[in-house]
Design a protein around this ligand. Structure first.
Ligand SMILES: [Zn+2]
Length: 339
């Protein structure tokens, strides 16, 4: 219940015994958010622990986050967020004092806040849906979302061969796929995890897909030769990655504390069967053989993805148009069966 959120929730953090009378600023150096199926988490990472206040507006639609005593200093960008639970975050100034307003969406339920240390963070969790705000209040999305993740980008070039850089190859294939899907599958909306020159972290790519409630997630990578392979997440991938040394895109967990939390990184397990089904259809179209399934690998980018998810690794020498045609056929077949 949103009403249960106290008017003035504040937490005083380990104030040193000999606290100076000087006002201590609350310096925010990073703001992140994570869209999980059942809740959205907003994380403010601070330079040092400092008391804060979280106030809910009377109608419960806005949470205002401010420093308890000193000024609030924002040294990070507020990420664009609009996942149904949180509509937006904005920096507000009233009489020279700054605060951050978190506007809640129709799908927002109860909110709770807490503190994590090492590094110091303030966390707000807002549940998705509640008795007085049923999730059906959300406008229905008529188009199914397919998120295409062009691997690497920006300074992260990926593999470099005589035929060019992996980051460019994945983006070109992504654009080709977008054009063909638009033309052949008008029921689907294509979104990219990155544009030219950008290299979001693997966590951000997955979080983007989850925030758009994607039905399908396609991660694109390259290999040097002429092969094309489809990978799905191997269950128990952590064990695999410890035994075999990480290779190319099969990296271990990024050292980001939120990602190691119980929920983050387990989403893909619920889609194992659907991802496998998608993988088989793509392999059949790409290889022309019905008896070759997708390979399983510890793919860190897929672990937190809350959708049918595969990684396609395309040889740099392969004809890109043929690959794109086969992938679109595989997707069309998968969508037909799962409508
Ligand atoms: Zn790659």
């Amino acid at each position: 219940m949103r009403k249960a959120l106290a008017w003035f929730l504040f937490v005083l953090l380990a104030l040193p015994a000999a606290s100076s009378s000087e006002e201590r600023p609350l310096v925010i150096k990073a703001v992140r958010y994570f869209s999980y199926p059942t809740f959205t988490r907003v994380v403010f990472e601070t330079e040092a622990a400092a008391p804060y206040v979280l106030v809910a507006s009377e109608d419960g639609q806005i949470l205002t986050f401010s420093a308890y005593e000193g000024p609030l200093v924002l040294r990070a960008k507020l990420p664009p967020i609009n996942d149904g639970v949180v509509k937006s975050m904005q920096l507000k100034e009233i009489a020279g004092r700054f605060s951050i307003e978190v506007s809640l969406g129709l799908a927002a339920g109860a909110a709770k806040d807490f503190v994590l240390t090492n590094p110091d963070r303030m966390v707000i969790d807002i549940t998705r849906g509640s008795a007085d705000q049923p999730p059906t209040a959300q406008p229905a999305e008529s188009q199914a979302v397919i998120v295409i993740d062009p691997g690497h980008g920006g300074r992260n070039t990926g593999m470099v061969t005589g035929r060019g850089k992996e980051k460019s190859a994945t983006l070109m294939l992504a654009r080709l796929l977008r054009r063909k899907i638009k033309a052949q599958l008008p029921d689907m909306k294509v979104l990219f995890t990155r544009e030219k020159g950008k290299s979001p972290s693997l966590t951000t790519r997955a979080a983007f897909s989850n925030s758009r409630q994607a039905a399908i997630f396609l991660s694109l990578h390259s290999s040097p030769g002429n092969d094309v392979r489809v990978y799905i997440l191997a269950l128990g991938a952590d064990t695999v990655s410890r035994r075999s040394p990480p290779r190319r895109d099969f990296l271990g967990f990024e050292a980001e504390s939120e990602q190691k939390k119980m929920l983050w990184g387990t989403q893909q397990a619920a889609h194992a069967q659907a991802s496998s089904s998608l993988g088989w259809k793509l392999m059949a179209q790409l290889t022309g053989k019905k008896n070759r399934g997708p390979m399983q690998a510890p793919l860190v980018v897929l672990k937190p993805v809350d959708a049918s998810a595969v990684m396609i690794e395309v040889g740099m020498k392969r004809n890109r148009t043929q690959v794109a045609n086969a992938v679109v056929k595989g997707i069309a077949e998968y969508v037909r069966e799962n409508r």
